[in-house]
Design a protein around this ligand. Sequence first.
Ligand SMILES: Cc1cc2nc3c(=O)[nH]c(=O)nc-3n(C[C@H](O)[C@H](O)[C@H](O)COP(=O)(O)O)c2cc1C
Length: 399
Amino acid sequence: MRTGESICSFSKGHPHAELPGALQDWRGQRVLKNFHKETDMKVIALNSSPRGEGISKTGVLLDALAAGMREAGAEVETIHLRQKKINNCMGCFTCWTKSPGVCIHKDDMTRELFPKWLEADIAVYATPLYHFTVNASMKAFIERTLPVLEPFLLRVDGKTFHPLRQNLNPPRSVVLSVAGFPEPSVFDQLSLYVNSLFGKGLLAEIYRPGAEMLTLPELAKTKKDILEATVQAGREIVQSGSICARGMERITQPIGGDFDSFSAMSNLFWKSCIQEGLTPREFHQRNLIPRPDSIETFMMVMLRGFKPECAAQTKAVIQFTFSGEVEGSCHFRIDNGRIEAKLGALANADLIVESPFGTWMDVTTGKSGGKWLYMRRKYKASGDMSLLPRIRELFGRAD
Ligand SMILES: Cc1cc2nc3c(=O)[nH]c(=O)nc-3n(C[C@H](O)[C@H](O)[C@H](O)COP(=O)(O)O)c2cc1C
């Protein structure tokens, strides 16, 4: 997290956070709300994701944060910006001249959001990362808070800013964002931006890279830990105005293993969407399986589909030897609920499936039935044949 002076010093006194000296100079004459307990605290939680509930990762994290804030006694109102009409700032400066503090637009921002934002003690700006920064709806909201400032130019420590209008008192800020890319540095530009914008009024930044991966079933435990840490972060923000270092570590913990497997699975998913002519949402809704394009991605897809609970009593090695567009072998060692995947053939595999690669990928993705293709001799199997029909049970779709 970086710190910097704000162009506008958006901040309201937090019950447990002292106003820094530079802000006190400007805000010394203000009447700051004096909280006696956290139950007095009002939070406005702004979600700018255009995606609806159940898909938006911004929403998933924001819901967890808001739950924690409520648990700590705050009154939290979540507002979905996608449901609101917020016109773009026209740069007319009417709010600085003819109607000081009042925007010329007559829309949801003027009528509802700006007054609620001013009333709040904390504003949570929750945005998906778009092109390394806040998305357009969030930017429109932020630009439309211009009436809170006065036009005059002031300079402190070599930095120019506009002072806050005397009778308007904006909330302190928490920024929450999610991104598709897995590395934490993807938020560097956003962090720089919000630190410049909110300055010392910025209480916390919560950034979750690789957020799209959180829907993967094998990451359910990691997702649970991230969300529990986010609930805790909500409590801490209300109680102390910051998030502890351990909590931030849990929220930003690495997921998806190394970059190569992260990108291989991600690219496979996108290729499959393109092949099927489906959006990611439609792909998920149809419960489809990404089509492997190499032995390595086949191993990943099989590992993702593995059901340990169905393999509790199983000890076996299942091997696949492929021909045609992709050639080579791999094997899966199942040992009482545990699984290990390796490239190459073994002399003592319990079941060996020999198949053209494309044929078995049809089976893996559910395009063709394994039994039907076996009866038509489209692939061969040898060894313990009782394991062949169990592939579906052990690995999901592949039967
Ligand atoms: C227009 C657009 C731009 C995006 N830009 C970035 C980006 O710069 N970096 C990144 O890691 N992800 C980027 N993403 C991916 C989103 O941040 C990611 O899918 C996020 O989980 C979406 O959040 P949501 O599910 O709450 O809408 C972009 C997505 C879109 C649609």
